[in-house]
Design a protein around this ligand. Structure first.
Ligand code: AP5
Length: 216
């Protein structure tokens, strides 16, 4: 199965995707995580992408299309029967390029699943997010805090805040989502591939909805 997991910033894609990937034996491909790794390694791509990311803007389409094409050709990913794309595609041009690339190998996206969460809740989630710098586990300092302040429960890694979770960048990310990513929902709806699920509940409840959507 090839699944696109969609939703606005803070909807819970990064919380749910690794869990779903483990459950259905899929590889989890997060373009946000890939870009943050490039930024941390101070590569040319990372240095270029950082200014877009910190402001809450999208990295240019062709950069992202090339990045995902290279990643999907990766042997480790091909070893899994399924793939979950988290954060890609984010524009209609990216969605079309993905379809073209898959079509060339006889494949297609099977489902696009959107986590639907209202705006005020998204802002609350992003305002309290902290992520393990080592294993990337997401926490929320109020809703799902670590047992020990500042340290990851899984690996003891340091919890860090993302620069794009500052209020101004969050406002811009939400605006960019409305203008550039919401049309991708219509793209998949027109192909009869879109399912919208309620992402407002507790993480375990959202996961149950997600799993039943994938299995239906
Ligand atoms: P990316 O990393 O993809 O960020 P995003 O889409 O803005 O999504 P987030 O990671 O902020 O939110 P999420 O939905 O994963 O929520 P999470 O699970 O963490 O992209 C970052 C940037 O990279 C972009 O702005 C862009 O610049 C660039 N980029 C990436 N892909 C690109 C592309 N294809 N094209 C161009 N540019 C691209 O949860 C958030 C918080 O809520 C956490 O604290 C979590 O613990 C908490 N939480 C989660 N679920 C629940 C729940 N059910 N109840 C209560 N709290 C919850």
């Amino acid at each position: 199965m090839r699944i696109v997991l969609m939703g606005p910033p803070g909807a819970g894609k990064g919380t749910q995707a690794p869990r779903l990937a483990e459950k259905i034996n899929a590889s989890h491909v997060s373009t946000g995580d890939m870009l943050r790794a490039e930024v941390a390694a101070r590569t040319r791509l990372g240095l270029m992408a950082k200014k877009f990311m910190d402001a809450g803007d999208l990295v240019p389409d062709q950069v992202m299309i090339d990045m995902i094409a290279a990643r999907m050709a990766n042997d480790d990913d091909n070893a899994h029967p399924s793939i979950i794309l988290d954060g890609f595609p984010r524009t209609v041009s990216q969605a079309e390029a993905l379809d073209d690339a898959l079509q060339a190998t006889g494949g297609a996206i099977d489902a696009a699943i959107m986590l639907d969460v209202e705006r005020g809740e998204l802002v609350r989630r992003l305002a309290g997010r902290a992520t393990c710098a080592n294993c990337k586990t997401p926490y929320h300092l109020t809703f799902s805090p670590p047992s020990k302040d500042g340290a990851c429960d899984n690996c003891g890694g340091e919890l860090v805040r993302r620069p794009d979770d500052q209020p101004e960048a969050v406002r811009n990310r939400l605006r960019v989502y409305d203008e550039q990513t919401a049309p991708v929902l219509e793209y998949y709806r027109a192909k009869n591939k879109l399912t919208v699920i309620d992402g407002a509940g507790a993480p375990d409840d959202v996961f149950k909805l997600l799993l039943s959507s994938v299995r239906s």
